[in-house]
Design a protein around this ligand. Structure first.
Ligand SMILES: [Fe+2]
Ligand SMILES: [Fe+2]
Length: 317
């Protein structure tokens, strides 16, 4: 089966015939007149589209469809509340397409970002920090996950390679600080930056063609999971200095910047302050850039309201 149209290409009144998408949500609802229907959310590399599917069009064997599966849809696009939505007339399961083909991927060069971070790693002279970085990076599955995982589900960098891109952008944003302020502990800063979101590897997972929150993510969150991961790496290194352990954990635990953003402590060291600033800068710029890109085709000079950023962005020139 081939994919002939992407979500970004769909237009109002367009008909689609057996087009493949990833199924991101599939929820049975009942209308005011007692008719059953499904709310669906479909995705591919280029974005997402909401839609509806009347239950008489759903074979009973499909009632147990789960998010992450690939489905083929026949139907048409209509406008709903100013946005396109799919009215699906037929849905079938697709088994001969790889789910990865439907996941959005970073638009930056992954090998370039990897090389830059590995060069940063090479500059670390402190033997214990070098050891903890090597211990993590030389483990194939940790490294693969770090290179492929998203940094979020919705808020920022929510795509394959998103974590790598997020850390790479933060590393670029850090350079002026490292040039201006001479007395920083650069080795500690790099290790803190590299590991600050390592808890996302346990908070999130890629299942089929969707990014999902894990039980650890829901119950403990990435800040605490990250600190636990770093502590478990430290436990494998004999004589890791106590002072360095506490400082490195502080950088991880304080990186969200504020207690209300999920950090148990505020940044209390210069390195931690810079880390939380560039974390916020990188996340905000990613959200703003993607929000403007997504709405490039609309005639309006301003985007829709962005909940996290608390504003509509200007996209006119
Ligand atoms: Fe974070
Ligand atoms: Fe982050």
């Amino acid at each position: 089966m081939a994919k002939t149209v992407t979500i970004s290409e769909l237009r109002i009144d367009q008909r689609i015939q057996n087009e493949a998408f990833s199924l991101k949500e599939f929820e049975k609802k009942v209308s005011r007149v007692g008719k059953y229907y499904y709310n669906i959310l479909l995705g591919d590399k280029t974005g997402e589209i909401r839609g509806k599917l009347w239950s008489e069009n759903v074979d009973s064997s499909l009632e147990s469809l789960t998010p992450g599966e690939i489905v083929s849809i026949t139907g048409y696009i209509q406008e709903y509340a100013g946005k396109p939505q799919i009215i699906a007339e037929k849905i079938t399961v697709v088994t001969d397409m790889a789910p990865e083909e439907f996941l959005p991927v970073t638009s930056r060069d992954r090998s370039m970002m990897r090389e830059d971070l590995e060069s940063g790693m090479q500059t670390v002279k402190n033997p214990h920090l070098k050891q903890i970085l090597d211990l993590f990076w030389n483990d194939e599955s940790s490294r693969d996950n770090y290179l492929n995982f998203p940094a979020g589900m919705y808020v920022h960098h929510g795509y394959v390679g998103g974590l790598l891109e997020h850390v790479w952008e933060m590393w670029q944003l850090s350079q002026p600080f490292l040039n201006i302020y001479a007395n920083l502990d650069r080795d500690l800063y790099f290790a803190g930056l590299f590991f600050h979101d390592v808890g996302k590897l346990e908070e999130l997972n890629i299942v089929g063609a969707t990014i999902v929150m894990t039980k650890e993510g829901s119950l403990n969150g990435h800040v605490v999971q990250g600190a636990l991961k770093v502590q478990s790496l430290i436990n494998q290194i004999p004589d890791f200095p106590e002072d360095l352990r506490v400082k490195l954990l502080h950088l991880i635990l304080s990186h969200q910047g504020h207690l209300e953003f999920g950090s148990p402590v505020k940044p209390l060291m210069l390195e931690a302050l810079i880390l939380s600033m560039v974390d916020t800068n990188g996340a905000d710029m990613n959200q703003a850039t993607k929000h403007i890109e997504k709405q490039a085709d609309s005639d309006d000079d301003f985007t829709d309201y962005h909940k996290q950023l608390g504003r509509s962005l200007y996209k006119g020139s």
